[in-house]
Write a protein of this length. Structure first.
Length: 732
């Protein structure tokens, strides 16, 4: 510190000595420092000071200055702080007097204390805090606290500085009272997201030398404003999910962030799909962004999903993103076997590779899970051939034989290649239909049988039996006698075989009678054919188409109706065809009188048939007549039988020709008269029958006529073959 001494001496008068001296010293000088050489400055000798007992006189209580008489100087008794002594007063001085005795004198002394820059500007607080919204507009003003400097003048506060200056600048206003108001002004917008806390240093400087300064920290907290939207971390998320995943499975998590703070950054997630069913299948956790399953995922229905997600903060700002979900297949579908077309029956002579069934396979899964292989059970004469993918033909691959296997249960099994594999199967039942590929086989290759001579016609000799491995019609065996002859006579004239049963009889195909018609035309117009137009029992008789022979076609039995009426029609081959009919009444009876009665009926029937109207009128009479006739017949039969049984043994004549009474005298003559009568009778059970005729005790002998056409017996009473020379029957 420089010491400055200012010396002012003023001599007012010599005899009453008044002197005034001024010194100027800076404040804060060390104790004992020299203030001024008073002896020299007042012109007083040291002796005088001592003799005059010079001393300082002051009204102030504090004495900063002391007088050293021996040296004649003023010394600093205490350190002087100008600011304490004078506060803000610019001029600061100590005033006192030096008093002497013998003679009394006094001198005024002024010691001016000059300011030194010993005080820095200071702020009351060392920190100021502000909370400023980031939305504060530029130009906004914020009043700062002033600093204080106790020094005066140049040493007083001169200026302020604010650092850094990127957001705020300082504005200082000089007040009328000399004080300065300090403000900081926002010159660039704040952004909390960039800098939430800003620290500034306000420095106040004085003008002293050296310059002193004081600082204050300004702490600014930038308050958030919802000026940032949420932002998803990705605009498109991708993930996969396997089908059939359980509900609650977390598929993906989407994340959005918001640079704002607090509620402005609180994000809520939501799904915005509306048209599709995404919201039935997925949900998003509003807080965490976890997307999870709430529905069932079926690969076969939907292979992809696109979820549109929205993130919104509480200020209403939003962002959106897509979540693309690929569904992964799981082998959850069995192959489906569809029968497109199938035969239930296949002929046993079907060619190889005959398609039996067409099958279509479908597996809804994809990839390996949907690849299907099919096969059938083993040891089957069939194979599966694939035509195009997923189409199979079941074809025959070896020969079929109904006689070996008439039915196949073919199980088609289809499996996919998934892990684990799923399969399904279907069983097809295929019938093998018969083909007549087996000949009948006789049980034995030769049969031997004995028969007594003069056997009764129609006697059953024995039964041959042949079997056929085929089925139904194809296995139905008919027995036919082969054409062969014994001693020039066709064997068929001796025996016959029942086509159905294989029973060999000595009788069937018995010639009942023969009808002959004549046509006077010639050629085609005279080509006649005979047909059975009506018959009581069509299964019993047949008419030879060309020859008009009426023959039995099966055994006559007890069950057959006694009275058989046949209507034979004969047609020529002309254009137009002309025809004629004839009615043949056949009585099937055990005995002759029975036949007689039957023929009585026939006669009446015939009469009435001629005139239908008349018949109707007389119907009642006929019925009555028939009744009476029957009564008569029954009685006469009874009587006749009673008489016969007493005379003859019971007759079983196979066929009893009926002769009108006028021919009864032919009995025993051995010839039959040719009569114009178509009435014929036969007995039932002709196998057991013998020919018996009226005369008591006589017995008929049947003689085979070698010239006959294969029937053992025939009785002909034919209108047109009157002149046939040989009678087939001789009655002895
Ligand atoms: C085929 O299956 C049916 C029904 O199960 C059965 O009745 C029949 O005997 C089977 N046929 C063969 C040849 O196995």
């Amino acid at each position: 510190m420089n010491r400055q001494v200012l010396l002012f001496i003023s001599l007012l008068s010599l005899d009453s000595v008044f002197g005034q001296v001024s010194y100027s010293i800076p404040e804060e000088m060390a104790k004992g420092s020299l203030v001024g050489n008073i002896a020299q400055d007042l012109g007083l000798e040291i002796k005088r000071l001592i003799s005059g007992k010079a001393k300082i006189y002051t009204r102030d209580s504090d004495e900063y200055i002391e007088l050293n008489r021996e040296r004649g100087v003023l010394l600093l008794k205490e350190r002087i702080d100008r600011e304490a002594l004078c506060t803000e007063t610019a001029l600061c001085a100590l005033h006192f007097q030096i008093i002497l005795e013998n003679p009394m004198e006094f001198y005024s002394v002024t010691v001016q204390i000059t300011d030194i820059n010993d005080n820095a500007p200071t702020f009351e607080k060392n920190e100021m805090k502000f909370k400023i919204s980031e939305s504060a507009i530029t130009g906004a003003k914020f009043v700062l606290e002033r600093a204080v400097d106790l020094d005066v003048g140049i040493n007083d506060l001169q200026n302020y500085e604010l650092k850094p200056t990127d957001h705020f600048v300082l504005k200082v206003h000089n007040n009328a009272n000399g004080n300065k108001n300090v403000e900081m002004v926002l010159q660039k917008p704040l952004d909390r997201e960039k800098q939430e806390h800003i620290s500034l240093v306000l420095t106040a400087v004085d003008g002293g030398e050296p310059q002193m300064s004081g600082t204050m920290l300004i702490v600014i907290t930038v308050l958030d404003v919802n000026d940032n939207t949420p932002v998803f971390t990705q605009s498109t998320y991708k993930t996969t999910v396997t089908e059939n995943s359980p509900k609650g499975t977390v598929v993906a998590t989407v994340t959005a962030s918001d640079a704002d703070q607090g509620s402005n950054s609180k994000i809520t997630y939501s799904i915005t799909n509306t048209l599709d069913n995404v919201r039935k299948v997925f949900e998003v956790n509003a807080e965490t962004g976890e997307v999870s399953l709430v529905g069932h995922i079926d690969f076969e229905r939907s292979r992809h999903f696109q979820i549109n997600l929205l993130a919104s903060d509480e200020g209403g700002l939003t962002d959106s993103c897509k979540l693309i979900i690929d569904v992964q297949d799981v082998n959850d579908n069995k192959p489906e076997i569809n029968i497109m077309s199938k035969s239930n029956v296949i002929s046993e002579d079907a060619k190889l590779n005959t398609v039996v069934t067409m099958i279509n396979i479908e597996d809804k899964d994809s990839g390996e899970n949907g690849k299907v292989q099919c096969f059938i059970n083993e040891n089957m004469p069939f194979t599966l051939k694939t035509t195009t993918i997923n189409f199979y033909n079941l074809v025959t691959d070896s020969d079929l034989d109904r006689e070996r296997a008439s039915e196949y249960n073919i199980t088609v099994t289809c499996s996919d290649e998934g892990v684990p594999s799923l399969s399904s199967s279907v069983t097809l039942t295929l019938q093998i239909s018969d083909v007549n590929d087996n000949s009948p086989v006789f049980e034995r290759s030769s049969y031997e049988a004995y028969i007594v001579e003069n056997n009764t016609p129609g006697l059953s000799i024995f039964t041959v039996k042949a079997r056929d491995a085929d089925w139904n019609q194809n296995a139905r065996v008919s027995y036919i006698l082969e054409d062969s002859s014994v001693n020039g006579v066709p064997v068929s004239s001796y025996v016959s075989v029942s086509a159905d049963s294989g029973v060999i009889h000595a009788d069937v195909g018995y010639l009942v009678t023969k009808v002959v018609a004549v046509d006077v035309d010639s050629g085609q117009n005279a080509w006649l054919s005979y047909k059975l137009q009506k018959a009581t029992d069509r299964a019993l008789f047949e008419v030879g188409l060309q020859n008009g022979e009426i023959r039995t076609i099966r055994q006559v039995t007890d069950k057959d109706v006694v009275k058989q009426r046949l209507t034979v029609i004969v047609e020529d081959n002309g254009q137009p065809s002309r025809s004629a009919t004839v009615i043949v009444n056949v009585a099937v009876a055990d005995s002759f009188p029975e036949v007689l009665s039957e023929f009585t009926d026939f006669t009446h029937d015939k009469e009435y048939n001629d005139n239908l109207t008349f018949y109707l009128v007389l119907a009642l009479a006929v019925v009555s007549f028939l009744f009476i006739t029957c009564l008569v017949v029954i009685i006469s039969v009874k009587i006749y039988r009673w008489r016969q049984s007493r005379i003859l043994y019971h007759s079983n004549l196979p066929v009893i020709p009926y002769y009108p009474p006028r021919y009864s005298d032919t009995l025993g003559t051995g010839t039959l008269q040719h009569v114009y009568n178509y009435e014929v009778c036969r007995t039932t059970d002709s196998r057991k029958s013998d020919c018996k005729f009226g005369r008591a005790g006589s017995q008929n002998v049947l003689i085979m006529d070698p010239s006959s056409t294969g029937t053992m017996q025939r009785i002909q009473n034919e209108k047109s073959i009157l002149d046939e020379p040989d009678s087939p029957i001789e009655v002895s």
